[in-house]
Design a protein around this ligand. Structure first.
Ligand code: PLP
Length: 281
């Protein structure tokens, strides 16, 4: 696959900011974002929004960072280090979403700013453990998604956010339209969880045109962190100046490679892995 250019020794790399939750098991959330960013040659900046207590079997609890501290991390990083793109993941609560949206508008992150924003509207883990308070869904719809350059829900998140259960490509188009109506520049409906289909087809929509990204399905129980990896890779490509469809194309192939390189870890679901990159120059 075509990879993103790596920085020369001593050259300051492209920076991307992730605003998200930690995963003590190291497979998803900020850990997945940072792993993918590093393996893409990107310097990861991190604004921690929540700390999860998590292993391969599930999430047993989380602690929310005070909203002002989350916003201050963003302000601190953008004001000094500067970033080429940003990504949100687990934001947990309405108060954190509102604080993040406010600081993003202030520092120029988002669809109307200079810094593109990938919104991964994380709501629950693959085990069904909640990562977002149910009452915060309204803030996801009305405050977070309208800020996005691109929003990247999986099918469970599509159902929670739009009320549409996707079972085929016609449903996916309706869902992409419903998401786009909320205000992001682009919406993607990911087909990875539509296990009835042999292909995993992601559908991208800009309000006028649909772009389909079909790929043979990789069947593995070790897909923890797959959604984070896709969104992080999109952010890396956007920071390198890729247009959105090319960024999605890159990220889709990147995530496929990470799925193919996933490994067993603990008694539950292992993580997707960007470590394959180490042996590919
Ligand atoms: N934990 C955190 C902190 C996350 O951000 C996410 C997903 O975005 C998950 C867990 C869930 O990952 P998965 O659905 O791959 O289990």
């Amino acid at each position: 696959m075509k990879l993103l250019p790596l920085p020369a020794d001593g050259q300051t790399p492209v920076r991307v900011l992730t605003i998200a939750g930690t995963d003590s098991g190291g497979g998803a959330g900020i850990q997945a974002d940072s792993r993918t960013m590093a393996m893409c040659g990107v310097h990861a900046c991190v604004a921690v929004a929540a700390v999860t207590v998590q292993n391969s079997v599930g999430v047993s609890g989380f602690h929310e960072i005070p909203p002002q501290i989350v916003a201050d991390q963003v302000r601190s990083v953008v004001g000094d280090i500067g970033v080429g793109a940003a990504k949100t993941g687990m934001l947990a609560s309405t108060a954190i979403i509102e604080a993040v949206a406010e600081v993003c508008r202030e520092v120029g992150i988002g669809r109307d700013g200079a810094i593109p924003l990938v919104v991964d509207p994380v709501a629950a883990s693959m085990h069904g453990d909640p990562l977002l308070h149910a009452e915060a869904l309204d803030a996801v719809r009305h405050t977070l998604i309208p800020l996005a350059t691109i929003v990247t829900p999986n099918l469970d998140e599509v159902r929670l956010i739009t009320g549409i259960t996707v079972t085929d490509q016609a449903d996916a188009r309706r869902a992409a339209q419903a998401l786009h109506d909320m205000g992001p520049r682009w919406a993607i409906v990911k087909g990875g969880h539509l296990r009835s289909s042999e292909l995993s087809t992601d559908l991208l929509f800009d309000g006028e045109n649909y772009y389909e990204f079909p790929a043979p399905r990789i069947t593995t129980g070790n897909d923890h962190g797959g959604g984070d990896t896709l969104a992080a890779a999109i952010a890396c490509a956007l920071a390198h100046g890729y247009p959105v469809p090319e960024a999605v194309e890159f990220a889709k192939e990147w995530t496929r490679r990470c799925l193919a390189a996933s490994y067993d870890l603990g008694a539950g679901h292992g993580p997707v892995s960007p470590l394959w990159r180490l042996s590919h120059s």
